[in-house]
Design a binder for this molecule. Structure first.
Ligand code: NAP
Length: 249
């Protein structure tokens, strides 16, 4: 119960990595705010699982790219729990289009959710965390935001995650000494996001991964628990790779 008594917002918790993080946080004793955008059934299923295991939580719809909706999510959290100890900026999209041939709106769609969403949610919770003199912000970035050649195909996604990495460090400086801000940079994790990946690309990714396998959502959640708990109190502005060694720097 490493997060006992804490209140955590996890964005994009209706599926994939966010789902696993919120579930694990609840198991560690946190009250979890399960954010979703379109997958209400996924968020509701998670809330049922949390409650069945004796945990506490609620679901809140919000598009992280829309500041009014983000502020409403924060207000609802404060109305119910009175504090916010942890924010996990997990919501993300990866649109597998090529830079030269894809539609023109891929940039806006990607930056809006991955980078602007992370910025807006952080901005909305920061005053509460500073007032509490305590808070942990964890950005789910990607090893694609660090230089390595095979990630460079998805121009917009790479740019958005490189932006998240920069934002992580800037916020760590801005919000210290009371709020720790770190990023997790996962490698290849089998979720809906990468389900349609070309088998040849998958093979190349495994070749580049020293541990020769995909990661699991639970392995990302392990790192999130560490960064959300007191165990990481002296860690801020870090980019924490959970990538089997792929993209190490
Ligand atoms: P996923 O299975 O596709 O799930 C994406 C989640 O983001 C869903 O819960 C979705 O909510 C939510 N979301 C998307 N747009 C949103 C918006 N505008 N507002 C609120 N929520 C929104 O993806 P995943 O693999 O779990 O990815 C989670 C994070 O990890 C992302 O930031 C991704 O870039 C990062 N990541 C993933 C991998 C990987 O290999 N899977 C590797 C590195 C980094 P709804 O379904 O409710 O719309």
């Amino acid at each position: 119960m490493r997060l006992s008594g804490r209140v955590a917002i996890v964005t994009g918790a209706s599926r994939g990595i966010g789902y696993a993080i919120a579930k694990r946080f609840a198991a560690e004793g946190a009250a979890v705010v399960i954010n979703y955008n379109t997958s209400k059934s996924g968020a509701s299923k998670l809330l049922r699982e949390v409650r069945t295991s004796g945990g506490e939580g609620m679901i809140v719809a919000a598009d992280v790219a829309d500041y009014e909706q983000v502020k409403r999510m924060v207000r609802k959290t404060l109305a119910k729990y009175g504090r916010i100890d942890i924010l996990v900026n997990n919501a993300g999209v990866m649109i597998p289009e090529t830079f030269l041939e894809g539609p023109d709106d891929v940039w806006d769609k990607t930056i809006d959710v991955n980078l602007k969403g992370t910025y807006l949610c952080s901005k909305a919770v920061a005053p509460t965390m500073l007032k509490q003199k305590q808070g942990k912000i964890i950005n789910i970035s990607s090893n694609s935001g660090l230089y390595h050649p095979s990630a460079m195909r998805f121009v917009e996604y790479v740019a958005s995650k490189a932006g998240v990495n920069g934002l992580t460090k800037a916020l760590a400086l801005k919000l210290g000494p009371y709020v720790n801000v770190n990023a997790i940079c996962p490698g290849w994790i089998k979720t809906d996001m990468v389900a349609a990946t070309d088998p040849e690309v998958e093979k190349r990714i495994l070749d580049e991964t020293p541990l020769k396998r995909y990661g699991t959502v639970e392995e990302v959640a392990n790192a999130a628990v560490y960064l959300a708990s007191n165990e990481s109190d002296f860690v801020t502005g870090e980019l924490h790779l959970v990538a089997g060694g792929r993209g190490m720097h």
